[in-house]
Design a binder for this molecule. Structure first.
Ligand code: 3PG
Length: 213
C-alpha cells in the first residue's frame, strides 16, 4: 500500500472517536472483555502495545470483537510489523519513524500512525506521504501549545497526541485544528483490568468518548 492511501486509512481510524486507548495487557484472558468494554463505551479504535509477552495473542483475541479496530503499538522493527500483521492488527503505531519501519508497513499493507515530535520529523514524514501522525511524547514535547505552534506553518499534517494525555488536558489538544484524536492509557487502568471491573472501564471509555472535538 502506498503511503498516501495508508495515511488516509490511519486518518479514518483516528477519526472514529476522540480517544484511542493505549493498552498494556498482560493477560490474554482480559483481551475480549476489555475490548468489549471499550467498544461499548464508544471507543472502537484500540492500540495494543507490543510491550508484554501476551500482546500478539491479545491482538488476535481483540480482532474478533465486533465493532473494534485493533492496532499494534510500539512498532519498532520490520519484524514487529510482520508479527502485528500476522496477529490480525488493522493498523500500527510507532513512537518514531525509520525508513526500514515505513518500508515494512508499506510492503505489508499495514496503515501506520508514525510518531513525530518536531517540525522536521513531521516534514520528513509528509514528504513520504504521511499526513496523519502521532505527536509523541506529547506532554514532554511541550503539550498542546507546542502542537498548536507546529500547526501554524504545516496545518495539513494532522496529529494524534499521545504520552501524558489525560481527562485533565485532553480538551486542550482536541480543541486544536490539527488534532484528530488523542491517545491515552488512562481509560484502561491496570488495577481495573486485574479486578475484572469491565463496567468501570466502560464508564471511563464513555466519558472519554464524549470529549468534544
Ligand atoms: C505509551 O507509549 O504508553 C503512550 O504514549 C501512552 O502514554 P500514557 O500512558 O501517558 O497515556
Amino acid at each position: 500500500m502506498i503511503a498516501l492511501a495508508a495515511s488516509q486509512k490511519a486518518f479514518d481510524i483516528c477519526n472514529l472517536a476522540p480517544i484511542v486507548p493505549v493498552l498494556v495487557v498482560e493477560d490474554p484472558a482480559h483481551a475480549a472483555p476489555l475490548a468489549g468494554a471499550l467498544v461499548a463505551g464508544g471507543l472502537p479504535a484500540l492500540e495494543v502495545t507490543l510491550r508484554t509477552p501476551a500482546a500478539l495473542e491479545v491482538i488476535s483475541e481483540m480482532a474478533r470483537v465486533a465493532g473494534g479496530v485493533v492496532g499494534a503499538g510500539t512498532l519498532l522493527t520490520p519484524d514487529d510489523v510482520l508479527a502485528a500483521k500476522e496477529a490480525g492488527a488493522g493498523f500500527g503505531v510507532s513512537p518514531g519513524a525509520t525508513d526500514r519501519l515505513l518500508d515494512a508497513c508499506e510492503a505489508n499493507d499495514l496503515p501506520l500512525l508514525p510518531g513525530a515530535a518536531t517540525a522536521s520529523e513531521a516534514m520528513l514524514l509528509l514528504e513520504r506521504g504521511y499526513s496523519m501522525l502521532k505527536f509523541f511524547p506529547a506532554e514532554a514535547s511541550g503539550g498542546a501549545p507546542a502542537l498548536k505552534a507546529i500547526g501554524a506553518p504545516i496545518p495539513q499534517i494532522k496529529f494524534c497526541p499521545t504520552g501524558g494525555v489525560s481527562m485533565k488536558n485532553a480538551r486542550d489538544y482536541l480543541a486544536l485544528p490539527n488534532v484528530v484524536c488523542a491517545g491515552g492509557s488512562w481509560v484502561a487502568p491496570k488495577d481495573r483490568m486485574v479486578a475484572g471491573d469491565w463496567e468501570a472501564i466502560e464508564a471511563l471509555a464513555r466519558e472519554a468518548a464524549q470529549l468534544p472535538r
